[in-house]
Design a protein around this ligand. Structure first.
Ligand code: ATP
Ligand code: MG
Length: 567
């Protein structure tokens, strides 16, 4: 595993450090995380959260604001406001008293707009949306000035106030910044800063029927909050001139926008629009479906905040867009759970084994280690009786070479218990399906001793049939079959959905001790992977487990092959 990129070395932290040394902001470090409450947070947001809260926490008096960018009432909802706060807290960050809403600034933003109008730097345009688009031009075609561009300040002010007072239909007019229709940067060709939209806002109700556009509201919100470093993703690089223009035109406090590469991950989608499509189309069970790359989905899947933070640290901060392999995220949770998750035995596809020479009513109890990585986690007792379940895959009637598990006439070890030898295979006469195995055990081998030094090559996990608890286990695979390049417009990502991303096994048999498992508890099922008790569907006595991740670490293999040491 490569060492995590050190926190102190990325280019943003270098800028913050320089600014402190030159006393650019009087020694202040104030960042913000500014989600729009139009969806649940995803792992990409976690990168931004770790950066913004992380940078602030590294300096005495550093502060990170949580600000809801709630300027578009049509798509926003309190459900999202609540989930976002829960997710940021769960990730381990605290905004203290610094919870803000762009909508709190609607009065201020309105007054700033009047000031721009009075200064001749904004005008009411009465072209239709289509006409505005056409007049704007393209990268190769210069923009043209709207015939309304030279209205007098008085006329603009009058129209803008009447827009506010609800005199006009949606779309009849907009307020535009008066910048430069010939700018090579399309964002500077008189961008719209206010539009009419009759919609009830979740905080301001029906007070407003005009709403500010994102770029305008965002720059001014940063300024109002005295943000020092406004960290955002690279797609906003072309918006920075507008950000700077807005603050300069109004002669207000200047925050500094700095862009970094967004997080992209293989085999999943990472835009709220697409995630919403999955939820609304019923392709997943909700925003917190364990296959979703949302924070709530990852939490339900069994991810820990520590693993997500470690992942973000590994990914690091740069100016270059890359696609990170999902195997790295899995690697991080595996490392964490390997240390902390207790191990238990669970049989996912049970095959009954009858141990013919074991007394009918006898029960033995064996000591099982909870986590060999951490002796302080102790041990537990596991009951053993005449009938046990093993994994169907652990038996082959005709074993191929290098299959060291159970086969007719072959001896294996049952973990913590004893050696058994397969004597007979019982099949359903109609289907030929194997129904049960008959075995004998060697009493000399009980409790881990090796009679006459005899070695066996296979060790199987098992559960006593009489004591076993029935459980449902949900196995997950990637949401998308192929890596999605996030070509927002054209690709039909629905056709890339993996039809086998969820497999529910309803007849699993697990250790009786798991009857006490609490929702959210995490375990290693020996030889199977890491699992977590589902927080939604699990019931006392009828647990449902989500597989967080398998034991196979494909990241280690990827790293090995990249460093030339692959086998
Ligand atoms: P999406 O593109 O997924 O719909 P968004 O950018 O519309 O997300 P916002 O609510 O505006 O979502 O995002 C809040 C903050 O999170 C922004 O500062 C944004 O730059 C950052 N962010 C969003 N997606 C990512 C990502 N994949 N990697 C890093 N930061 C991100
Ligand atoms: Mg956004």
């Amino acid at each position: 595993m490569t060492s995590p990129e050190s926190n102190s070395t990325d280019f943003i932290r270098a800028i913050v450090q320089d600014d402190l040394e030159s006393n650019k902001y009087d020694g202040r470090v104030v960042t913000r995380f500014p989600p729009e409450p139009n969806g649940y947070l995803h792992i990409g947001h976690a990168k931004s959260i770790c950066l913004n809260f992380g940078v602030a926490s590294e300096y005495d008096g550093g502060v990170c604001h949580l600000r809801f960018d709630d300027t578009n009432p049509l798509r926003e909802d309190v459900e999202y406001i609540n989930s976002i706060q829960e997710d940021v807290r769960w990730l381990g960050f605290d905004w203290g008293s610094h919870l803000y809403y762009a909508s709190d600034y609607f009065d201020a933003l309105y007054n700033f707009a009047e000031q721009l109008i009075l200064d001749g730097r904004a005008y009411v345009d009465s072209l239709s949306a289509d006409e505005i688009r056409e007049y704007r031009g393209t990268l190769t075609v210069r923009g043209r000035e709207s015939p309304y561009r030279n209205r007098s300040a008085e006329e603009n002010l009058d129209l803008f106030r009447r827009m506010r007072d609800g005199e006009f239909e949606d779309g009849a007019h907009v307020l535009r910044a008066r910048i430069d229709m010939r700018s090579p940067n399309l964002n500077m060709r008189d961008p719209t800063i206010y539009r009419i939209r009759r919609a009830t806002h979740h905080r301001t109700g029906d007070k407003w029927c005009i709403y500010p556009m994102y770029d305008y509201a965002h720059a001014l919100s940063d300024s109002i909050e005295n943000i020092t470093h406004s960290l955002c993703t690279l797609e906003f690089e072309d918006h920075r001139p507008l950000y700077d223009w807005t603050l300069e035109a109004l002669d207000v406090y200047r925050s500094q926008q700095i862009e970094f590469a967004r997080l992209n991950l293989t085999n999943t989608v990472m835009s709220k629009r697409r995630l919403l499509q999955l939820v609304e189309g019923g392709y997943v069970s909700g925003w917190d479906d364990p296959r979703m790359p949302t924070i709530s989905g990852l939490r339900r899947r069994g991810y820990t905040p520590e693993a997500i933070r470690t992942f973000c640290e590994h990914v690091g901060i740069s100016k270059r867009d890359t696609v990170v392999n999902m195997a790295l995220l899995e690697h991080c949770i595996r490392e964490d759970l390997n240390q902390h998750a207790p191990r238990v035995m669970a049989v996912l596809n049970p095959l009954k084994v009858v141990i013919d020479n074991f007394p009918e009513d006898e029960v033995l109890e064996f000591d099982a280690v909870n986590n060999p990585e951490d002796p302080s986690m102790g041990s537990r007792k596991v009951p053993f009786s005449r009938e046990v379940y093993i994994e169907r895959d652990d038996f082959r009637e005709e074993p191929p070479s290098r299959f060291f598990r159970l086969a007719p006439g072959r001896e294996v070890r049952l973990r913590y218990a004893c050696y058994i030898t397969c004597q007979d295979v019982v099949k359903d006469p109609a289907t030929g399906e194997i129904i049960e195995l008959h075995c004998t055990y060697d009493p000399e081998s009980v409790g881990g001793s090796t009679p006459d030094g005899r070695r066996v090559r296979g060790t199987l996990h098992w559960v006593s049939a009489r004591h076993a608890l029935q459980a449902e286990v949900r196995l997950y695979d990637y949401l998308l079959r192929d890596s999605d390049e996030e070509d927002e417009d054209s690709r039909d990502f629905i056709s890339l959905l993996n039809p086998d991303s969820l497999q529910a096994l309803t007849d699993c048999q697990v250790e009786p001790g798991l009857a006490n498992a609490e929702p959210g508890n995490r375990y290693q099922f020996e030889r199977q992977g890491y699992f977590c008790v589902d927080t939604r569907d699990s019931r006392p006595g009828a647990p449902v487990f989500n597989r967080t991740v398998s034991l196979r670490d494909s990241w280690a293999r990827i790293e090995q092959s990249q460093s030339g040491g692959g086998s």
